[in-house]
Design a protein around this ligand. Structure first.
Ligand SMILES: Cc1ncc(COP(=O)(O)O)c(C=O)c1O
Length: 406
């Protein structure tokens, strides 16, 4: 990817994605399940650009959505409704009704109270809600606490005895049809063992439920497959698939995976130009035009992202330590701390790696900054997939409400 040419053409800050690598990651996981029934339902939250979703849908992907807004995105992007799942612990009535009216594959239920709402809304609408229940298997996924979800203290899913009770209730309800079972223990997982432990625990519950006459069709193992930000050893997709398939051996279930990061993170780059270099005593700061409002992961999780100075050798003898920071008025606004960088001049371009997932989709307008543009490169051809916001875009929903000054 020619970072310099792309930055010249589209300006910075800029998110650039290699769509061919998105397809390659999709194929890697899909092929790992070859010979078995599987659906790769892309976790839209990782990178929700319509073109990203549409590109993955064209490869055969479905969509795992966590708001009705994401369901709408998936539909607009061309994901068939029978490949769309709606997850999340806090669905509003209008979102539940929206999902039922769109007739998506199923709704993932996260609590007893939510099951009651889905059942009531389905009855009101005269529909039968296809559901899956998210089981919290109480397993430590050994990842960052903010992205671990399968522990008892996490807010997600229901414990195994509750799940069993809810399935029995659902079986006897005319308004819900329990067709799936689901777990997701966390994100950026680099250890396969806890995933497989969870798969075996949930598969055991699936066997019990099937024996009780509940006709499950889907075994939804969530997302969470980790990627390489620095020096992690990632999970081998073939080992992952083999382990999951062995957990459900003998059961006639379609495996659903909900990868987000795995599909899109390594093929995404955040491009930002240097505005200034400044010193404060011994401390060196490189101030760039991108900020935490564009890519919040370092500020939020102290996440590591490799920073490359485009066109300059990485092991320069004149390197000194610096913090790479953005213009936002927060001390947490940094991309790297104590990073050795060569001498820098205004206008130098930095490529921040592994930024395709939870980059743009977590961005905001904090400090009244316009959100960045996004571009895709496919078969060597680049194209804009989201325009840089304009100031008019920023103010439109407020200016019309502004009282005329006296
Ligand atoms: C239920 C569910 N599925 C899938 C994902 C996607 O996770 P990842 O991007 O780590 O694959 C998440 C992320 O938090 C999630 O909560």
């Amino acid at each position: 990817m020619d970072y310099q040419a792309l930055s010249n053409r589209y300006g910075t800050p800029l998110f650039a994605y290699d769509f061919d690598r998105f397809s390659a990651q999709y194929a890697l996981l899909k092929d790992a399940f070859s010979g078995s029934k599987s659906l790769i339902a892309y976790a839209v939250k990782a990178n929700s650009n319509l073109s990203t979703i549409s590109h993955l849908a064209a490869q055969g992907a479905g969509a795992d959505c966590v708001s009705f807004g994401e369901v709408k995105r998936a539909l607009i992007a061309g994901v068939p409704k029978y490949k769309i799942i709606f997850s999340g612990i806090g669905k509003r009535d209008d979102e539940i009704a929206g999902a039922l009216n769109e007739d998506i594959l199923f709704i993932n239920i996260e609590s007893e109270a939510e099951l009651a709402r889905v059942e009531a809304i389905a009855l009101e609408l005269g529909k039968v809600a296809r559901i899956s229940i998210r089981v919290n298997p109480a397993i430590d996924p050994k990842t960052h606490p903010y992205i671990s979800t399968g522990l008892r203290e996490n807010k997600f899913g229901v414990d195994i005895p509750t799940a069993q009770r809810l399935y029995l209730h659902a079986k006897n309800s005319a308004a819900v049809d329990p067709i799936g079972i689901h777990f997701h223990i966390g994100s950026q997982l680099t250890d396969l063992a806890p995933i497989l432990e969870a798969a075996h625990k949930v598969a055991e519950l699936a066997r019990t439920l099937i024996a009780l006459g509940i006709e499950l069709k889907f075994f939804d193992v969530g997302g969470g497959i980790g990627v390489v930000y620095k020096d992690e050893t990632p999970i081998d997709p073939n080992e992952y698939a083999k382990g999951i398939l062995s957990a459900i051996k003998g059961l006639d279930l379609t495996v659903i995976c909900e990868p987000g990061r795995f599909l899109v993170s390594e093929a995404g780059f955040f491009l930002t130009r240097v505005l200034y270099e400044k010193r404060s005593g011994d401390k060196r700061f490189v101030v760039v035009d991108g900020a935490m409002n564009d890519l919040i992961r370092p500020a939020l999780y102290h996440a590591y992202h490799r920073v490359e100075v485009v066109g300059k050798p990485s092991a320069d003898a004149n390197e000194t330590l610096c913090d790479v920071v953005g213009p936002v008025c927060e001390s947490g606004d940094f991309f790297a701390k104590n990073l050795p960088l060569p001498p820098i001049v205004r206008g130098d371009l930095l490529a921040i790696h592994t930024a395709g997932a939870y980059g743009f989709s977590m961005s905001s307008n904090y400090n009244t900054r316009r959100r960045a543009a996004e571009i895709a490169v496919e078969n060597g051809v680049d194209r804009l997939i989201r325009e840089r916001e304009t100031y008019d875009d920023l103010f439109a929903s407020e200016t019309k409400l502004l009282k005329a000054s006296k």
